[in-house]
Design a protein around this ligand. Structure first.
Ligand SMILES: NC(=O)c1ccc[n+]([C@@H]2O[C@H](COP(=O)([O-])OP(=O)(O)OC[C@H]3O[C@@H](n4cnc5c(N)ncnc54)[C@H](O)[C@@H]3O)[C@@H](O)[C@H]2O)c1
Length: 368
């Protein structure tokens, strides 16, 4: 079990990762929240609840308190909406929720983002706890307090910064996750390594077999290192005014890929993986990465693949990067790798440089 502290100007909380956390959830939440309120809600998806409800509820029954009221969000990006947040907050009112209530987001990144957002606006903000169940949510989305929903005009366009009271990343729940989801989530750990942690990269190179076989010790090492990286960055720059932007490594092209394929063709982590290949090639073109470093990092990304095929045109992808949220006041920002374990934000990437990087990525995808 590992405990990692997040300390931002607005909140201090612990992220716990290890095996068996779910079985002892209620007393752990009580410790983090001060006391358990009369009404606790758990937002989850029907799929996760059917697999894990019994384990989840066990510790609440032992404490002899009312079990959390379950609220459901169907799976998939189309449900990450204002309409879902409205429905959930209305259900909370009807089930006796008030200012003292607590919400537990028990699911992947979508449940975490919508649950955190609903908690941030319900009664002008109630406390919530993240219990992430996908690899991606454990190493990335549950930490840092960015919560929100999509609009028809784009992804994550409405949201808040609302830090959780605690995060419990139980490695055991990953046992029912599909192999494809696991591999996609691991791309976020590769990202963490490229931008800030060479040791993590080396471990992922050397222990790929154990990690992909879901060896609990190997997974815990990768998850804890990834969380530590994110916790450190978020603690230094909660509101993404500078340093936190490096967490968007691979996202300029990754988000563009998701947008042009309407979020249907690939998982978030897979899109980010291709986006990282494009960003690495841009780094090579600018001389911030050697040919050897580019080769090493690309090899690692493909090791945790396969990545989806890309039957797309470079121009459409480049055009879609224009709506990147990092761009403000007409300035286009791009996260560039600076050697291995370091990254920086540049504002002078030209459309033709970006097109060359996208073409490099498309060539790699064609080569399979
Ligand atoms: N807030 C942030 O900082 C942040 C960061 C990165 C990504 N995100 C967001 O996260 C979302 C993606 O999250 P995700 O990759 O976790 O996908 P997801 O939430 O869609 O979950 C993936 C699928 O796995 C299923 N699932 C979840 N846990 C399971 C388990 N233990 N066993 C079996 N099935 C399980 C879910 O029901 C779902 O069908 C995107 O909306 C993205 O924008 C947010």
């Amino acid at each position: 079990m590992q405990t990692i502290r997040v300390a931002t100007p607005s909140a201090r909380y612990d992220v716990l990762t290890g095996s068996g956390l779910l079985e002892s959830l209620a007393p752990r939440i009580e410790k983090a929240a001060g006391r358990l309120p009369r009404r606790i809600f758990v937002l989850t998806s029907p799929e996760i609840w059917s697999l894990w409800a019994e384990t989840f509820l066990h510790s609440f029954l032992e404490l002899k308190i009312d079990p959390p009221v379950a609220l459901f969000l169907p799976p998939g990006e189309p449900h990450k909406t204002m309409a879902s947040a409205e429905r959930l907050t209305r259900e909370m009112i009807r089930a006796g929720g008030d200012r003292s209530s607590l919400l537990i987001a028990f699911g992947g990144g979508i449940v975490g983002d919508v649950g955190g957002f609903a908690a941030s606006v319900f009664m002008r903000g109630i406390p919530y706890v993240q219990v992430p169940t996908t690899f991606l949510a454990q190493v990335d989305s549950s930490v840092g307090g960015k919560v929100g929903v999509n609009l028809p005009e784009g992804k994550n366009l409405v949201g808040s910064f609302h830090q959780p009271r605690a995060v419990f990343a139980d490695i055991g729940v990953l046992g029912t996750l599909s192999d494809r989801e696991l591999r996609a989530g691991l791309m976020e750990s590769i990202k963490a390594g490229i931008i800030r942690d060479r040791g993590l990269l080396r471990f992922m190179e050397e222990q790929a077999e154990a990690i992909l076989d879901r060896d609990p010790k190997a997974l815990e090492r990768v998850i804890a290192a990834s969380i530590r990286m994110k916790a450190d960055v978020v603690s230094r720059d909660e509101r993404e005014s500078g340093l936190r932007m490096i967490l968007n490594f691979g996202h300029t092209v990754g988000h563009a890929l998701e947008q042009v394929t309407r979020y249907k063709a690939m998982l978030h982590g897979e899109a980010i993986a291709w986006g990282m290949v494009a960003a690495l090639s841009l780094g090579r073109a600018r001389g911030t990465l050697t040919a050897g470093q580019l080769d090493r990092l690309e090899t690692l990304i493909y090791l945790y693949g396969p990545l989806p095929a890309l039957k797309l045109r470079a121009r459409a992808i480049v055009a879609a990067t224009a709506s990147d949220k990092k761009n403000t006041g007409g300035v286009r920002r791009f996260v560039l790798p600076l050697g291995i374990g370091n990254a920086g934000v540049v504002e002078d990437v030209t459309p033709s440089e970006l097109e060359a990087a996208v073409n490099y990525m498309l060539d790699k995808a064609k080569a399979g």
